[in-house]
Design a protein around this ligand. Structure first.
Ligand SMILES: [Zn+2]
Length: 457
């Protein structure tokens, strides 16, 4: 499944750098402290046929461990600024611009990104591989005027324990002007989307020397402005090769902490998370509707996971999850504010660094947790106030056990958790009619996976 992160940015001139925002103005939204319901809230329904129970605990966020704290601290606004300045210096990175000019155009940008990624990979002791997969896109009668090679730059950091399981972060390196087919005008694309590419590159640099349990892919894709050609090619290539991609974040336009109306919110990023998958079979969609699972797609579970691991004092970011699907992009995205004109003067590097920390915390936490449990089912024929679950047992070496999570049916985020041990079935004293459940795996390192939503079975 694909889920993504993207964002929009703005705000600093190279000539007169803005001073970094004072970190003291960051305040964590009291999501965990006040907005979660109590047991009384959950069980206040007069039809509830059981006394208030006291099982499980209020769910608490998973804070970064020592290594992740170091990773997040290494994300450097000055390096992000340098990356964006280099990308903007190619004049245009339009998909139809020159692929051979060494100074101007999309080809020069592609080669520079690949060279940078290879320099990061050189420090990985062979664990990071950089490729530039490409294909020739024929004219499409719209934004591709002549046959053009679309090239992605992909740095793959092989997982040390579960290398088949992949997590992807991407930004797009192509740009455009007002006329999407004008490939000669200057299109520096500082915000859209050198900002997103900078996050992929800075995370690749920092993580290259480290050893995540699962594989992390840092990508800069092309052809986005012409119709998402590069990202579709990457996704199709993974699908054709049966690569197990368990999550993806796309950062698009993450450079601005200032909205169109001038308001500033430099400590919030929007995370767009798709609902029911459009690829789901009609039969599966019907089952999902009958059990109220429309808010529990894999992308939504991933978004809940990101909030749990990346909204904290280490990223200094609040995450505004948007349960919405942007059809024109077909990716879940994080955006912030709107773009004004895409010069580097409007880019806020401290803000991008914080968005990078959100990505870094999410990716590292995913790649060091066990995989989400598979084939999780709930027994819907059980006529009692208990709920009974089962799932496929895993023999992952990372795995310590499982937890069940739940929330009231109208709550957006998990509120409670209860450890289950290393089992493959569980019965708990809460009714499936009154709460929504998820099962997650927990590693020996304490890292939790995104939850899996139980379908009837
Ligand atoms: Zn974009």
């Amino acid at each position: 499944m694909l889920s993504s992160i993207s964002i929009t940015l703005i705000c600093l001139s190279l000539a007169t750098p803005a001073s970094p925002a004072p970190t003291s103005s960051f305040a964590l939204r009291p999501r965990q402290l006040h907005s979660f319901p109590t047991y009384d809230d959950i069980f206040s329904c007069p039809a509830a046929s059981w006394p208030p129970v006291s099982i499980g605990d209020l769910l608490t966020p998973q804070l970064p461990d020592h290594e992740l704290q170091k990773i997040l601290a290494e994300i450097d606004p000055a390096r992000i600024e340098a990356i964006i300045a280099s990308l903007a210096s190619f004049g245009t990175r339009h998909t139809l611009s020159s692929q051979t000019d060494p100074v101007r155009g999309v080809g020069a940008a592609r080669d520079w990104i690949a060279e940078q990624m290879r320099s990061f990979a050189a420090a990985s002791e062979g664990q990071m591989e950089v490729t530039v997969p490409s294909y020739v896109q024929p004219p499409d009668g719209d934004r591709i005027l002549f046959p053009v090679r679309i090239s992605d730059v992909v740095a793959t950091l092989r997982g040390s324990v579960d290398p088949d399981r992949h997590y992807v972060v991407s930004g797009h390196y192509d740009t455009r002007c007002s006329d999407p087919n004008d490939f000669e005008c200057d299109a520096p694309g500082a915000d859209d989307d050198a900002s997103g590419v900078a996050v992929s590159m800075e995370l690749a640099r920092i993580m290259a020397t480290r050893r995540p349990a699962a594989t992390i892919v840092f990508a800069a894709v092309a052809g986005e402005e012409q119709a998402l050609y590069g990202s579709q090619y990457l996704a199709r290539s993974y699908k054709n090769a049966s690569v197990n991609v368990q999550g993806m974040f796309t950062n698009d336009i993450i450079g601005s902490s200032t909205a169109d109306d001038g308001t500033k919110d430099p400590y919030t990023v929007r995370l767009f998370a798709q609902g029911s998958p459009t690829t789901e079979s009609a039969a599966m969609a019907r089952v999902r509707a009958t059990i109220g699972g429309e808010n529990d797609s894999a992308a939504r579970e991933l978004a809940r996971f990101v909030v749990g691991v990346a909204e904290n004092n280490y990223t200094q970011m609040n995450i505004a999850v948007v349960y919405h699907y942007a059809h024109q992009h077909q990716n879940t995205r994080v955006e912030k504010g709107k773009q004004y004109g895409d010069l580097i003067d409007f880019v806020d590097f401290e803000y991008i660094a914080r968005v990078g920390r959100v990505n870094g915390a999410a990716l590292w936490s995913l790649a060091n947790a066990p995989a989400s449990p598979r084939n999780v089912t709930v027994n819907t024929t059980l006529l009692s106030n208990n709920s009974q679950f089962q799932w496929l047992a895993s023999n992952e070496s990372l795995l310590a056990g499982y937890e069940i999570l739940w929330r009231p049916t109208d709550a957006p985020f998990w509120t409670h958790a209860m450890p289950l041990g290393k089992v493959k079935t569980a019965t708990i004293g809460l009714s499936k009619d009154n709460v929504i459940f998820g099962i997650r795996a927990v590693g020996r390192n304490g890292y939790g996976s995104p939850a899996s939503f139980p379908f009837p079975g």
